[in-house]
Design a binder for this molecule. Structure first.
Ligand SMILES: NC(=O)c1ccc[n+]([C@@H]2O[C@H](COP(=O)([O-])OP(=O)(O)OC[C@H]3O[C@@H](n4cnc5c(N)ncnc54)[C@H](O)[C@@H]3O)[C@@H](O)[C@H]2O)c1
Length: 264
């Protein structure tokens, strides 16, 4: 098999490059790739021909089996600056660069506001906000060196809905929306876009254990315009669109993919 060389500069045709770079192979780092949405994203990006590093604390062998040789697992905690730096460097060394970062690792424990200890609050902020900050900061030199990059932050539709048992989580994801906007401004001149995807409640194992338990999936489904429970695959086309070669003019945006439960 002949390898298509990785692109080190921007494709021709301005910020978007039109559709000329449609088949370009890139290197992507997906955090939280052991299961759920992260696994789905890793598989989808690999199917587009990209090489994928998965970063997670949990075992990623299931994702590795699905993706095959294009997958490289790196065990790291997104809240640990040294582990994140090392994981990003390992990815760039393994695949010869880095172009796409999907900040997907996150936690969303349901918590009554008055029962939320300061340590609960801080832990949610550490994983959901410090994590994307540390990963993006470590990745940036590599994206700048390539003169092309896509940073995608997985936020949540709760930002627009404000559910009562997810105050800390909603706050963290709203912070991620602000991070997306300001970082987009900071790195736009380098051919790097930064966008967020805000999923509604989606059927993953973690969601089934927590927010989706006790009929939660059905309650949320009935609030949506689209009367179906979202599956991880329902987010893939938006991820591929945001990461696409032709999407260089799309930046600083939060795209809500929640079956129309919140419209903005
Ligand atoms: N499933 C949903 O309904 C839903 C809806 C909106 C947004 N989201 C967001 O999508 C993302 C993925 O959700 P999911 O349902 O697939 O959850 P998930 O629990 O299946 O996946 C999250 C992954 O992140 C990893 N992780 C957690 N803390 C980490 C850390 N400190 N360092 C490294 N890895 C860590 C976990 O091991 C896990 O593999 C999260 O950011 C979540 O907030 C999910």
């Amino acid at each position: 098999m002949t390898d298509t060389p990785f692109m080190s500069g921007p494709p021709s045709g301005g910020a978007s490059g039109g559709t000329s770079g449609a088949g370009t192979r890139r290197v992507a780092l997906v955090t939280g790739a052991a299961g759920g949405l992260g696994r789905e994203f890793a598989v989808a990006l690999a199917a587009r021909g990209h090489r994928i590093a998965g970063l997670d604390l949990a075992d990623m062998s299931g994702t590795g089996e699905l993706v095959g040789d294009a997958f490289h697992p790196v065990r790291a905690d997104v809240t640990d600056p040294e582990e994140v730096e090392a994981a990003v460097q390992e990815t760039a060394d393994r695949f010869g660069g880095l172009h796409i970062v999907v900040n997907n690792a996150g936690i969303y424990p349901p918590l009554e506001f008055e029962d939320t200890a300061l340590e609960d609050w801080r832990r949610i902020m550490r994983v959901n906000l410090d994590g994307p900050f540390l990963v993006a900061r470590a990745a940036l030199p590599h994206l700048k060196a390539a003169g092309w990059g896509r940073i995608v932050n997985i936020a949540s539709a709760v930002v627009f809905l404000g559910p009562p048992d997810l105050v800390a989580y909603t706050t963290s994801k709203a912070g991620l929306v602000g991070f997306t906007r300001a970082l987009a401004s900071a790195v736009g001149a380098h051919g790097i876009t930064v966008n967020a995807i805000a999923p509604g409640l989606t059927r993953t194992a973690t969601a089934a254990r927590t927010t989706g338990a006790d009929g939660g999936f059905e309650r949320v489904r009935d609030l949506q315009v689209v009367r179906a429970v979202a599956e991880p695959g329902d987010l893939v086309s938006t991820l591929l669109y945001v990461c696409g070669e032709g999407s260089g003019f799309l930046t600083g945006q939060t795209i809500n993919v929640d079956g129309g439960s919140a419209m903005h």
